[in-house]
Design a protein around this ligand. Structure first.
Ligand SMILES: Cc1ncc(COP(=O)(O)O)c(C=O)c1O
Length: 361
């Protein structure tokens, strides 16, 4: 019998490996995924419970109420919003709609891994531009763009580095790309960034023809488990995504909870305040242990473990696992001596620092 082989590119993709060891059901302190330590908004939880009586129905395929809620909150045109099952799905949908074998898709060296996966699944060739000290290098990206570049992905700020580039640099990138290239701005952590020179992408969507902004409810809004993402862009791009996506890709409870979450500014403020308190605290504590921490504007830090032949990332993670703490190794991002650590609750942050002090000091 002849074995079926998948499409080219698929065999180059590594299946996702969660940080938690299989079969180990301990109550972990999970700082390996970039979740909200305060959980979801109470209003979203309430809406989710109410939606239970409606789950025999198919969801609203037009996503009307959700799109209007997003538009209201961010002062956008609801007609140019499309929602999906997490922003990961939007990244995949864009690739499916705009790239295929023979095309190139541009991304950046330590950029979010969902880009590479989606590009490979589409059959297009990934082109990876170098970064400078873990920050996107716009000139390097422009240099790598060409006739065949269908899409350019930029995570701003980026996961796992936590760094961002200012609006002026993003504008320069747009201007330097071919006009036929769709610039996709993934702003999954935008709600955490309050800097004068930062823009989540909506300004560029309004002022250029070929920019799509992608956002998520998984981070600041604490709905990672429900899977809701959204995109805002030109009508033609939104229409293409609507054609490709499954009609019922955002479930009834997910739409209901997201509508409540995006209106809950109180929960957003509490989350922002928590992050603003503990991000500098964790940075300082890690630095005191000799760990280099890159300047993050997100809800996680990128930590470089000091060089020591007898103590690498693997040993640090093993020690943390003994204390039931999970963090994210990033060797698959080409960062062998680094760990990505999410800002947890006060108790979790203190437990992490205490466990690291046992092994690093
Ligand atoms: C930069 C970035 N983009 C997209 C995603 C995907 O998020 P989700 O699919 O949960 O919306 C993540 C999640 O970690 C991310 O860090």
């Amino acid at each position: 019998m002849e074995l079926l082989s998948p499409r080219p590119g698929v065999s180059q993709i590594k299946a996702y490996r969660p940080a938690q060891p299989q079969g180990d059901e301990r109550a972990w302190i999970d700082l390996s995924l970039t979740m909200n330590p305060l959980g979801a908004s109470p209003k979203a939880l309430n809406a989710y419970r109410h939606a239970a009586t409606q789950i025999h129905r198919y969801p609203d395929a037009r996503q009307g109420a959700l799109r209007r809620a997003i538009a209201r909150r961010h002062d956008l045109d609801a007609e140019r919003i499309v929602c999906a099952s997490g922003s990961d799905e939007l990244i995949q949908l864009v690739c499916q709609a705009y790239a295929g074998p023979g095309d190139e898709v541009l991304c950046h060296e330590h950029g979010y891994q969902g880009f590479l996966k989606a590009i490979k699944v589409s059959g297009a060739a990934p082109v990876v531009a170098k970064e400078r000290d873990l920050v996107v290098d716009v000139d390097a990206m422009i240099d790598r763009a060409g006739e065949g570049t269908k899409i350019c992905f930029l995570a701003n700020p980026n996961n796992p580095t936590g760094t961002y580039i200012p609006l002026e640099a993003v504008q320069r990138l747009r201007a330097g790309l071919p006009s036929h290239t769709l610039l996709v701005l993934d702003a999954a952590y935008a709600e955490y960034v309050r800097r004068n020179n930062y823009d989540c992408g909506s300004e560029l969507v309004e002022t250029s023809d070929n920019v799509l902004m992608v956002r998520t409810f998984s981070k600041m809004h604490g709905l990672a488990g429900l899977r809701v993402g959204w995109a805002y862009g030109p009508s033609s791009v939104v229409e293409s995504i609507n054609r490709v996506r499954s009609a019922f890709n955002v479930s009834v409870p997910a739409q209901a909870a997201a509508i409540a979450a995006i209106a809950d500014e109180e929960h957003e403020e509490a989350t922002y305040a928590h992050n603003s308190q503990w991000l500098p605290w964790l940075t300082q504590e890690l630095e005191q242990l000799g760990v280099r921490v890159y300047p993050s504007v997100c809800n996680f830090v990128m930590a470089r473990i000091p060089p020591d032949p007898s103590l690498g990332v693997a040993q640090v993670m093993e020690h943390l696992a003994h204390r039931s703490i999970l963090v994210r190794p990033v060797e698959d991002y080409g960062l062998q001596d680094c760990l990505r650590i999410t800002i947890g609750s006060e108790e979790e942050n203190r437990a992490l620092v205490a466990a690291l002090a046992e092994i690093l000091s």
